[in-house]
Design a protein around this ligand. Sequence first.
Ligand SMILES: Nc1nc2c(ncn2[C@@H]2O[C@H](COP(=O)(O)OP(=O)(O)OP(=O)(O)O)[C@@H](O)[C@H]2O)c(=O)[nH]1
Ligand SMILES: [Mg+2]
Length: 326
Amino acid sequence: MIVVMGVTGAGKSYLVNQLAGREVVKEGAQLDSCTQECQLVPIDIGNSKLMVMDTPGFDDTERPDSEILSEIALKLSAQYELGIELKGIVYIHRITDNRYTRSSVKTFEVFKKIVGAEALKNVLLVTSRWHEIDQGTGAERERQLKDKFWAYMIGHGSNISRFHGDRSSAVSLVSQLLCQDTVVLQLQRELVDEGKLLDDTAAGTYVSDGLEKLKKQYQEDLASLERLKQDLLDQDAAMKRQLRKDWEAETEKLQQLQQQQVSLQRAVGSEVHREIEQKKSRLSKGLPIIPAAVSILAAIVGIPPGVTEIFTGWFADLIPGFDFSF
Ligand SMILES: Nc1nc2c(ncn2[C@@H]2O[C@H](COP(=O)(O)OP(=O)(O)OP(=O)(O)O)[C@@H](O)[C@H]2O)c(=O)[nH]1
Ligand SMILES: [Mg+2]
């Protein structure tokens, strides 16, 4: 398996579709974030049978990073627990972005913490959308990424490549990872081997620290509204109504944050373990280990419409009459 990650709109689903040779997962032409949940897509590359996991992007327009992290953590834990080989991660960044914004930095930090230093050699940092930019400007930005923002990763063995937007370029990118040794990510060790709660992992701590800072800020805003309310006690009714509205909006934001913090307090490793055991008990006895693991993973991660036949085809020689669907 290979995982594709990056901020929302970076072109993750586009890359997966290029690999598949047709539109299997939805791409987003709108400003809103598109992919909501991870999807597992089977792809044949030469003699290799590859599963690519498309993921929802961090910095989503609707959903908090804590929810995106929970989703990715659960699916990565399932892959690890099932013993499916992870060859690496493709991290996509648009070369057209003319600033490395705070949200890019934040997303990249979470990503580094999901992977962990030891696994960085299995990361391919990919720049995309080269057709939208002149080569000189693109090359200069690429140099800045290498020298500054991506220097740590490259220093720890990550590679950097350009995606030219077509299938052959997509295939050559993933081929670089297919020849790597199998890797275990820091988040997988923490959740599955060490049984940590998501908010005690490095990635979870980073996301929940951000939440804690926001919480403090909202609490301060509420306190200053409270002071204002006292000062304006004798003022006109319109002002009071506005104050009430601001107050309610701030209180709601605070409640949402508290829910996000609770959603990180999940024992993802044991949740996934239970789900796998449940699914195993429903599989026909005597099913060889790889088809069994792949069907369970597909059921947990989710697959797009129209790819079941590819999975079935993979195992047709091995198990005649194999029914892949759960
Ligand atoms: N021509 C071209 N279009 C691209 C490329 N990458 C992305 N796009 C387009 O950009 C838009 C957003 O791409 P998506 O693949 O949906 O982005 P994503 O990273 O999956 O975004 P989320 O699902 O929101 O996390 C889509 O309309 C794509 O077709 C590329 O390399 N070349
Ligand atoms: Mg997508």
